[in-house]
Ligand binder design. Structure first.
Ligand code: FAD
Ligand code: NAI
Length: 475
């Protein structure tokens, strides 16, 4: 006899586990199935984000930044350290501990919210009178039935054709987070979010890092002014970034990885590295899900096809997060999970795609929400720009971190904030104010009239808003 639930969630990444908790909060009976195991074979809920994504990458970014500060910058503050050393095993071990705490935290939250957790591979089996049959395969097989099923199976790293990940020399995000030694030379294909974050980690720890990017523009989706400032800062730190390249046939035989490529000028080049990270985007996890068996519609790239409310083509089957269209971000997955749980419970769940923030956790951090200046130009929209450099911000000077600026784009007529772009210290935290203002469809003047604590980096946001009206006070 199958165990029956109002909702069966397949996948316990940020999309799935949050959907499960929200549904349980709303009084529904909920099961969540997840296949991820840790090195000891134990359940490790949290998905890509917790195990090999957001959390471990930020742990390594923090540790490597401390190392860089101790080596290069603490002297500026009069802190004298005679000899700075690196214990990579401890550094990576700390990251593993952070991951484990998060895995355990999610198991605790499931218990607290009375979500039944099943460790194993979930697949859609058939339509039943009750709803949908879901099989859990693995050491503890189970038959479940859900009136509703939420597919939240996430994504995996995309490999280059003919170059599978061995996680020794050819690394996905997974292998790149657990290297046992700092490679002397590290190549990265794709100067996107993962390439820049993990490239920064290993460069800070001592690797010579070269990024090869197919697009002619660095960070093509980012506001041009921000991308330029970020490229300048990252290059100055030592990241070598070649854009507009065409990668040839990569050879990973012997000790080295040989990467032939044609550069932006059309010249043939050859790069030889000890390790290679391939970070060229991600593919949805829909293999083994039973999509064909039940007739769940996937698009040509394998994403589950959903409408604006995350409904699939089948009644009461929903899908959220990386496995559906839209940005592959943990907070986007969470918002969709909450919205679907609320809709199932009869409420009106909704995700505002116009106010989803992006953050790249390099130093300086890069964060934005809303439209870029190039997007507004191509739409032919009339806009005003205000920007303010951290160089003129007292807190940034006290921190000793004055790279970058805040840039606000507002409608020329109504003053509504259309986009906020930040490159600089703590941009990841500063962007929250911009998201809140945009969610309320506020104006640049609204930000300018809000009292911001002094001295804080957030005053740069206020000053950028004042700059929209050409009346900065500190520049
Ligand atoms: P996932 O987190 O991928 O979770 C899916 C889960 O479903 C996994 O546990 C998987 O094992 C399980 N699963 C799959 N198929 C089945 C099945 N058939 N049965 C049972 N279980 C199954 N985003 C941010 O917002 N901020 C960041 O800082 C950030 N950093 C990142 C850094 C890296 C290196 C990477 C790779 C990604 C990062 N992301 C970041 C993206 C973020 O991790 C994803 O957007 C997010 O994890 C998507 O959540 P999800 O729930 O859709 O899927
Ligand atoms: P990405 O889409 O950010 O970057 C991939 C880059 O590879 C692009 O610039 C693309 O032009 C380039 N590329 C593609 N094919 C190529 C080729 N054959 N040769 C050379 N370059 C090529 O994808 P990435 O970095 O793999 O990350 C995947 C996703 O994970 C991100 O889009 C993001 O959604 C999420 N993520 C989010 C983070 C955050 O929020 N801070 C951190 C890391 C990942």
């Amino acid at each position: 006899m199958a165990k029956q639930f109002d909702v069966v969630v397949i996948g316990a990444g940020p999309g799935g586990y949050i959907a499960a908790i929200r549904a349980a909060q709303l009084g529904l009976s909920v099961a969540c199935v997840d296949a991820w195991s840790n090195a000891a074979g134990k359940p490790a809920p949290g998905g890509t984000c917790t195990n090999v994504g957001c959390i471990p990458s930020k742990a390594l970014l923090q540790s490597s930044e401390h190392y860089e500060q101790a080596r290069l910058h603490l002297g500026d503050h009069g802190v004298v350290i005679q000899k700075v050393g690196l214990d990579l095993e401890k550094l990576v071990g700390r990251k593993d501990t952070v991951v484990k705490q998060n895995n355990e935290g999610i198991l605790f939250l499931f218990k607290k919210n009375k979500v039944s957790f099943f460790h194993g591979q979930g697949s859609l089996v058939a339509k039943t009178d009750f709803g949908w049959a879901v099989k859990v395969a693995g050491p503890n097989e189970e038959d479940l039935e859900g009136r509703h099923v939420i597919v939240a199976t996430g994504s995996s790293a995309r490999a280059l054709p003919g170059l599978p990940f061995d996680e020794e020399k050819i690394l996905s995000n997974d292998g790149a987070l657990r290297l046992k030694a700092v490679p002397k030379t590290l190549g990265i294909i794709g100067a996107g979010v993962i390439g820049l974050e993990l490239g920064s980690v290993w460069r800070r720890l001592g690797a010579e890092v070269t990024l090869l990017e197919a697009m002619p523009d660095f960070l093509a989706a980012v506001d041009r002014d921000v991308a330029k400032e970020a490229q300048k800062a990252l290059t100055k730190q030592g990241l070598v970034i070649h854009t507009g390249v065409r990668i040839g046939e990569i050879q990973a035989t012997g000790k080295k990885v040989a990467i032939p490529y044609v550069d932006a000028a059309g010249k043939e080049q050859a790069l030889s590295v000890d390790r290679l990270i391939v970070s060229i985007g991600r593919v949805p996890n829909t293999q083994g899900l039973g999509a064909d068996t039940v007739g769940l519609k996937l698009d040509e790239r394998g994403f589950v096809v959903v409408d604006d409310d995350c409904r699939s083509n089948l009644p009461n089957i929903w899908a959220v997060g990386d496995v559906v269209r839209g940005p592959m971000l943990a907070h986007k997955a969470e918002e969709e999970g909450v919205a679907v749980a609320e809709t199932i419970a009869g409420q009106h769940g909704h995700v505002n795609f116009d106010t989803i923030p992006w953050v790249i956790y390099t130093a300086p951090e890069i964060a934005w929400v809303g439209k870029t200046e190039q997007a507004l130009k191509s739409e032919g929209r009339d806009y005003k720009v205000g920007s303010f450099p951290f160089m003129a911000n007292g807190r940034a000077r006290a921190l000793g971190d004055v790279t970058g600026f805040v840039k606000i784009l507002a409608d020329a007529r109504t003053d509504e904030v259309l986009g906020v772009h930040i490159v600089g210290p703590m941009a990841s935290e500063l962007i929250a104010e911009a998201v809140a203002i945009m969610e309320f469809r506020g104006a640049a003047e609204d930000i300018a009239r809000i009292c911001h604590a002094h001295p804080t980096l957030s005053e740069a946001v206020k000053e950028a808003a004042l700059a929209v009206d050409k009346r900065t006070l500190n520049l």
